[in-house]
Design a protein around this ligand. Sequence first.
Ligand code: TEU
Length: 538
Amino acid sequence: PDSGPWWRGAVIYQVYPRSFADGGGDGVGDIAGIRSRLHYLSELGIDAIWFSPWYPSPMADAGYDVADYRDIDPVFGTLAEAEALIREAHALGIRTIVDVVPNHCSDAHPWFQAALAGGPDAPERELFWFRPGRGPNGDQRPTDWVGEFGGPTWTRTVNPDGTPGDWYLHLFAPEQPDFNWDHPRVRAEFEDILRFWFDRGVDGIRIDSAGLLVKDGTLPETRPDRPHPFRDLDGVHEIYRGWRRVADSYPGGRALIGEVWLPDRQRFANYLRPDELHAAFNFDFLGCAWDAAALRESIDGTLSAHAPVGAPATWVLSNHDVTRHVTRYGRADTRFSFAAKREGIPTDLELGTRRARAAALLSLALPGAAYVYQGEELGLWEVEDIPYELRQDPMWERSGWVDPGRDGCRVPLPWGGDAPPFGFSPDGAAAAPWLPQPADWKDRTVRAQTGDPHSMLELYRAAIAIRRSEAALGDGGLTWLPGPDQVLAFARDPGFTCLVNLSAAAVPLPAHERLLLASGPLDDDRLPPDTAVWLRTR
Ligand code: TEU
């Protein structure tokens, strides 16, 4: 149904290019692989694809360390191939979203290289946060801030003459120096980068770490008014008002989607004011326990924060940064942090899969846009036994938390066959997939699931197909229906009901309603635990 701008009710699929499909046979996913699998995404029925970074990068943080915002890393292909991919997606009716990383670049970015090479007086230093150290020899960090991966946020430079120099700020890894967004050249550069990709036909951008760009230049250790001197400062909104003007200057507009990790829903909604971003990821929902009261609170809190600014809500269950939800929901502790892993809390994958199926029907029935992270439609779980010597995510080694990091949700997709690489790479590929795939994914390949009515893949296909044809789904509002405790029941107009049973017992299904889709087998006219249904009431 056509209800306003496409992004308000879209199903958006996140492609993590390293792990989607490998066309070249080097064990790393690439654009050729994505192009060869576009028909799969078209059959899945999604509206848009968001591509995680594919730019030239030393890959210190899997491409979230960008050395050139206007090109493609050779490991993924060429700019011409990216343009062809965008055209081919459009020909299938699929929109495209690229990932823009404005908080920081790679230490290999030419501006940062010039800042280092030019010494203390290099004008490029103004584009970053270079500061002298504290203490008589300047050998203490300018602040004691703790970074997003844990660990210090400052690294000391060496002057061209070999003497110890100033320090630079990096909220993430040392290979990711933070830009100084107070500098007009940084602002102009990014508006130009936006135009570069919009001119190539992309329909939107995903904005990495969108709340972190502006820093308190007085470098206090803490701020009484804000959670942190680099988190969610008011000045960030002016940047997005400028970006909105750029997006709106294109016919039909282009979508700005922010990655805003912010527990305060009111502050979160500020990013979604009518002259700022169109949407932002709902990590509140992602972080929610498998509990009806908690989910309902999250859904209500989300919808009521979005309503005053008129922005659509989004529903996210997984992404490339968090433990896959089949695994999270299979635990007594559903936290997406890695604490559960460290503490060795046992996982019941069968339970997690059942709940993930119900969660799919829940998230696809809620008002707004739904995100699907590649592999969630296959029911993939977090791979937790990757040997440490094969792990690539910088988070685990730098955190000082002995954290296994985020590799477990980034394992290459299984497409078909009985053994790794499961069709991820072409036959006879020179290298194995960049992370090892579990042997027991043979039942979760695309080929194994296609045509199996009980598979996760066919559930997603069916749900997305219904969503496309149902005027009630996508953008809009919901009405809660009375029901037993631990059952989520809501209606979408016209005549659509979603029920999710989070209790330990089966509950009666309403009579006189037509079953559209169930996430699992029903118990006669009762809805079993950890099961969801979609019903049509008229
Ligand atoms: O993540 C931003 C972010 O806030 C992460 O630190 C997040 O808190 C963490 O990964 C949760 O486990 C974005 C990208 O999504 C992530 O992949 C990058 O590493 C990060 O920015 C730096 O660009």
